[in-house]
Every structure is written in structure tokens, then in C-alpha cells.
Design a protein around this ligand. Sequence first.
Ligand code: 13P
Ligand code: SF4
Length: 311
Amino acid sequence: MNYVEEIAKLKKEKNAIILAHYYQIPEIQDIADYLGDSLGLAQAAANTQADVIVFAGVHFMAEMAKILNPNKKVLLPDLDAGCSLADSCPPESFSKFREKYPDHIVLSYINCSAGIKELSDVIVTSGNAIQIVESFPRDQKIIFAPDKNLGGYINQVTGRNMLLWDGTCEVHDQLTTEALINLKKLNPDAQVIAHPECDGPVLALADMVGSTTAMLKYTQQTNFKKYIVASETGILHEMQKCSPEKQFLVVPKDETCSCNDCPYMKMNTLEKLYLALKNESPEISLDQKVMERAKTPIVKMLAISKQLGLI
Ligand code: 13P
Ligand code: SF4
């Protein structure tokens, strides 16, 4: 079966759109109608005219698309495509934590469940987090959830003291300074770029820190021949496509392995995507009230991002 052709036929028939994150396998990235980072994907989901959205990403992303489009069908090729970061922040425990700090507002990274989104005041992504934090007065008390690495990085850049939930992304958090330093020794001419989900000591060694889209743009707008990328492997596909003459090296987990693949992102395959479109399943369904409450902080994020000229 030629999945690419069959998917194209079904998309037309059903007025469907494929939204894909940069961490998807290259074959999926290449057939996406929109390929982007979480901020771009949220914007694409908010603006689509399609009747069916196939979200080639993980569960929290498809949930976000459903929350923004409660009357549309949102499909996720593999319902088990979760996220360690989202899982590190269960709504029941977070709710108890939040109750202890009634004078704090809650800013949550988009990598969280709808249950956390409904407990949040504003959602942020790695593409707008610093600017959104800075849009609040300096004396505003803030809880930041769920990523302690991104939160710590924002605290460091902005000089704030946000209270951090203790969550991490298992893919980025495992990258070590040792592996990065070893790779840099072998490639002293390479620029080091890192995603803010990496931990502080790794970020401290980077020449540039940013979201997947920001890193991609940086590789297009600078003239280095080589880049060491402290992030997930998927992003290298688009980097290499946009700059075929440059070399991209991913920071290995350790000396023997370069397994920087997010196990959840990589659950989606062309076959599963084809079947999802054909069967219109697995579909994301959420409680109406949860969707209404979770929508407010996402819409706020999009409005602030627009106001700040970020989208
Ligand atoms: P961004 O694509 O928004 O940078 O997020 C990275 C990520 O880990 C998505 O799960
Ligand atoms: Fe979650 Fe990390 Fe995978 Fe992104 S890369 S989906 S944050 S586990």
C-alpha cells in the first residue's frame, strides 16, 4: 500500500488536515500540512478550517487542538503517545500544591494535561515563555509547571523567582554535560544549540537556547558549518533539509548511544496515520466543562503572543 497516496486521497475526501511536530518521523514530517513547534501548532489548530484534524504529535498536543476546536474531530494516530513531562504533573497533586499558594498565579508549559491547563491562568510554550513571564509585573508571584528545567532557565534569564513544579522531559533531561563536552572536543568549530527542557548545566554550555522553531531559524540565519544540537533527533530532519550544506550532530545520551528519540513522539507511523484517517479513530474526546476551563489560558497565551508580536 502506498500510504502517502492513500493519505492524500483520504485527506481530500474528508477535508482533513495533518498537523505535525518536528519530533515526528521524517516520513510524517514530509506529508504534514503544517509542521511546527508547540506554539506554531497551537496557532495552526486555532486557525484551521478543516473538519478533521489529524495530530501527528503526542496526546497533550491533540488535546490542545480539541480544546480549541470542540466541534471538530481530532485524531491521534496512537492514543498511547503520551509525554513524560505531562505525566510528571498529576492534576490532583498539583491542585493541592496550588492551594498552598493562593497569592500566586499559575503559568503552565503547554506540555501538560487538560487537567493541569484548567488549573492554570496562562499557558506558555518554549517559544514564548520568557516574554509571557516578563509581561507580568516583577512583584507578581508565579507558580511555573510542570518543567523545572524550563522554569529554572526562565528564572535565570529574567531574574525572577518563580516557584517550580518538579517535572522533567525524560528525553532532554537525560542529556549530560559530559557527553556535550566530549562532542564539542571532537568538533571545536561547532555551535552548540539547546532546547530549554535540558537541565541547567547543559544549557550553560550552549551558544544558543530556544524552542525547536527558534533553533531551526538560528541554523538558517547563522553561517556556521556545524551545529551540536542538544535536543530530540527529529528536528535534525528539517534542519538538514533547510541547510543541506551544514552538518548537524545530536548530543548523545552517553558515549555508546545516540538515542535522543522521544519514545512517545516516535509511536506514530505512516500506517497508523493512514488507519486513523480511514477509521476516524482513535479520536480525542474530553469533558465539555474541562474543555471550556482549559481553553481560557490557551486563548490568553495566543492573545498575549499576538500582542507581543510573537505570532
Ligand atoms: P517545542 O516544539 O515547543 O519547542 O517543544 C518541544 C517538545 O518537547 C515538545 O514535546
Ligand atoms: Fe514529552 Fe519530552 Fe517527548 Fe516532548 S520530547 S513529548 S516533552 S517526553
